[in-house]
Design a protein around this ligand. Structure first.
Ligand code: NOJ
Ligand code: CA
Length: 738
């Protein structure tokens, strides 16, 4: 007994002897690093409260004959000693090409620990950056003779929670994020998992009943907001988190989904499970089941923890952008925030189609002459209709018109394992690509390109040069891409290392052609838009389209800014003012917000790319409310989050770029909300023309969604606006400097 106590004491003393601490510039966030025996370990605290309890760091490597010239791999999990530590401070202010603010301060204190593994002679660096609003760390692998090529079986970064927090989570899935967010205690995830999966999505692969996606937002019982995500995920697989909840004996990887792309179960880890309520990183595998193919020198993405006792700090945090590399493009003058409408919503709702003919059970692009086929008459992307959309955009200050279904191949395109599905250059016979672009340009509008890849990624890469050349020829400068269905080559997943490389390849190739990219179904963003600002949007969550498929809960858009938007903007496609679809189509569904709530989204869901999603004929019925969509900016000099609580409400004020005009948006959940907005942020001595678009007294997202009131008055700094949001509602305010 005495001997055990002695050894324990020695252990604790040696541990303390090597503990390294680094605090944030304001001293509120404190990071501690040490070796637990020989395992790298860290802890995080905020204002003296535990955020991350002692958590191990490391990677398990695959024992593969191809790795490191046939050498049997030794994991990078333990057997380490500290060979060097370096601390430094950094403080710089940079200007994003587009964003929520004109300037962003990047200020942190850094600790870089070099670890040597005696048994292999290998060394790695774990680098921590500690900010006033959280922390990021990553693994770095310097080039060295004994660590050259290696394969990752699993990354084992732990995040031990200090309690059974409330979490807003999505089921961890290798292929989709288009689920409704669940709100529950961590201990309740397992019991709710199965029902939380969106089994109807076109590609689903879940791996563990306690696997969740990032960005994961949590709240502790004593009011700490904690968010875990990642930054700068490039040449690496997307990370999920698996919760050790005390009910499991090993980390699971039992794949379940609706696809044929099952990867083999890797052999379970032999390392001991961490304590209950610990998240362990879980990477997306490739088609072989492996998680990463690495060549040194290289590094992992940053693993991020944002923390505050004020929910508004979660939304104003720039930690993820700051952990990304500066802009890699020399010339960014061609990148511009864009407001657009599109030949889109009517197809999603089911009134018209992407495809042209019903003549064939399937098509092969080379063997079909569309001019000789019989059109079914519901093809939306026809010259006459597109002209109407162009006219609407030109009359209403919208920059671009997206046209989907313009190119041949839509007759059969998803989940057929069809390789040569689209060529991205041949229009259907009723789409005059040259004439329409000329018409649009004559009216000061551009068409927006659409490239649905049907997840046939090699096909897209084969055609991409021609496809971008075509865009340059006709004057397109933005493309919406899409990855519906299981990934081809078969067995790969949307969020694997190879797919993440594909998405970035597309963005880089697009930049060479001065093309902006908005990628749907691609991996969730991790701030790479700082480095490649032509990545102006992503979907990577449940967008407005789901309102036509059955709906999303009213609190959905009061959660997304805390979760999905942490890594970058979302092409959420708001602005459906005719919220009851049955009024103009056979679709029985309705949009789960009030009309005023739709307007609010242009301010609360930050994006440099904003769609006016509804049809011109629907907007014609609500032109007074549409005025806000015309007026609202999509690029900002300043942003103030005024009120926020995940899944309840968000109120934000933004100053339009290069002007003195402000716009305010407030969005709430199904319970309604009362906002008191102090106009303290306005310029001293200046008057503003204030237009308020609010829910009427009896408005309700379900039974009275289109009851709104528009009021105008003159306001000045210090005035107060009292606004009532209906259940599922919101408000929008424009403040035009006089
Ligand atoms: C899914 C996208 O999210 C949607 O916007 C698009 O219209 C369809 N795929 C077709 O590409
Ligand atoms: Ca709520």
């Amino acid at each position: 007994m005495k001997r055990t106590l002695f050894l324990l004491l020695c252990g604790m003393l040696s541990m303390l002897a090597v503990a390294q601490e680094v605090a944030s510039p304001d001293g509120n966030v404190r990071l501690k690093f040490y070796l637990d025996g020989t395992r790298p370990t860290y802890e995080l605290a905020y204002k003296g409260r535990e955020v991350i309890r002692p958590s191990h760091l490391g990677l398990e490597l695959a024992k593969d004959k191809h790795a490191s010239k046939g050498i049997q791999e030794t994991d990078l999990m333990d057997g380490f000693s500290i060979s060097d530590t370096k601390t430094s401070a950094f403080d710089e202010t940079w200007k994003p090409v587009w964003g929520e603010t004109a300037k962003i301060r990047n200020r942190y204190n850094e600790l870089a620990v070099t670890l040597g593994q005696q048994s292999t002679g290998r060394s790695i660096i774990i680098r921590f950056r500690v900010y006033d609003d959280g922390m990021g760390f990553r693994y770095e692998f310097p080039q060295q003779s004994d660590l050259n090529y290696f394969l990752i079986k699993e990354e084992r970064s732990e995040f031990a929670m200090a309690g059974d927090h409330t979490a807003w989570w999505l089921p961890g899935d290798y292929d989709t994020q288009e689920q409704e967010t669940q709100q529950s205690r961590l201990s309740e995830i397992r019991g709710r998992f199965e029902k939380a999966v969106n089994w109807g999505n076109s590609s689903v692969a879940v791996f563990s009943p306690t696997g969740v996606q990032t960005s994961l937002q949590m709240k502790s019982d004593d009011g700490l907001y904690i968010n875990i995500h990642e930054a700068a995920c490039a040449d690496y697989a997307t990370m999920h988190l698996e919760l050790v909840d005390g009910q499991t004996t090993q980390l699971t990887t039992k794949l379940k989904g609706n696809s044929n792309t099952y990867t083999p179960d890797p052999t379970p880890s032999t390392y001991p499970l961490p304590a209950p309520m610990t998240f362990v990183s879980h990477l997306t595998p490739d088609a072989t089941g492996l998680k990463g193919c690495m060549q040194t020198p290289c590094n992992t993405p940053w693993r991020t923890v944002i923390v505050s006792d004020d929910a508004r700090d979660m939304l104003s945090s720039n930690l993820i952008l700051n952990l990304n590399e500066p802009c890699a493009l020399d010339d960014t003058s061609w990148i511009h925030p864009t407001k657009y409408c599109g030949v889109w919503w009517e197809m999603i709702v089911g009134k018209s189609n992407w495809h042209y003919t019903d003549d064939y059970p399937s098509v092969q692009l080379d063997n079909i002459d569309y001019t000789k086929t019989k059109p079914h008459g519901r093809h939306a992307a026809n010259t006459e209709k597109v002209k109407r959309y162009i006219d609407f955009a030109a009359d209403n200050g919208l920059d671009q018109v997206l046209v989907e279904g313009w190119n041949i191949g839509w007759e059969d395109w998803a989940n057929m394992w069809k390789r040569d599905v689209f060529d991205f250059v041949t229009p259907y016979p009723d789409f005059d690509i040259k004439g329409l672009n000329e018409y649009a340009h004559s009216k000061g509008v551009k068409l927006m390109m659409h490239h649905e890849t049907s997840s046939s990624t090699q096909n897209y890469e084969r055609h991409i040069e021609n496809a971008f050349d075509l865009m340059n020829r006709y004057g397109y400068d933005a493309v919406k891409t899409g990855y519906v269905g299981d990934i081809i080559p078969r067995g790969d997943h949307h969020y694997s290392q190879s797919m993440n490389n594909h998405y970035l390849y597309v963005v880089k190739e697009a930049a060479k052609h001065h093309i902006m990219v908005n990628a749907h179904e691609a991996t969730r963003p991790t701030g790479l838009c700082r480095t490649y600002p032509n990545l102006v949007g992503n979907e990577s969550a449940r967008g407005t389209e789901y309102e036509a498929f059955g709906g999303s809960r009213p609190d959905h858009t009061c959660i997304l800014p805390f979760t999905r938007l942490q890594g970058g903007p979302m092409d959420y496609t708001p602005g459906v003012l005719e919220t009851q679809l049955k009024n103009w189509s056979e679709n029985p569904n309705f949009v789960h917000t009030t009309l005023a709530g739709q307007l609010a989204l242009y301010v609360t869901m930050y994006s440099p790319l904003q769609m006016a999603a509804d049809l011109p004929e629907n907007y014609a019925k609500y032109m007074d409310a549409f005025r806000f969509i015309r007026d609202v900016a999509c690029d900002w000099d300043d942003t103030k989050y005024l009120e926020a609580e995940p899944a309840d409400y968000i109120t934000v004020a933004r100053k339009a770029k290069g002007t003195d005009n402000w716009f305010i948006g407030g969005k709430c959940d199904e319970n309604g909300h009362k906002s008191i907005v102090h106009l303290d942020f306005l310029d001293e001595g200046r008057k503003y023309e204030c237009t308020i678009y609010a829910d009427a007294k009896n408005a309700h997202y379900e039974h009275n969604p289109k009851a709104y009131v528009i009021t105008k008055k003159t306001v000045k700094k210090g005035d107060v606006l009292k606004l009532t949001e209906a259940p599922g509602g919101g408000f929008a305010v424009s403040l035009m400097a006089k």
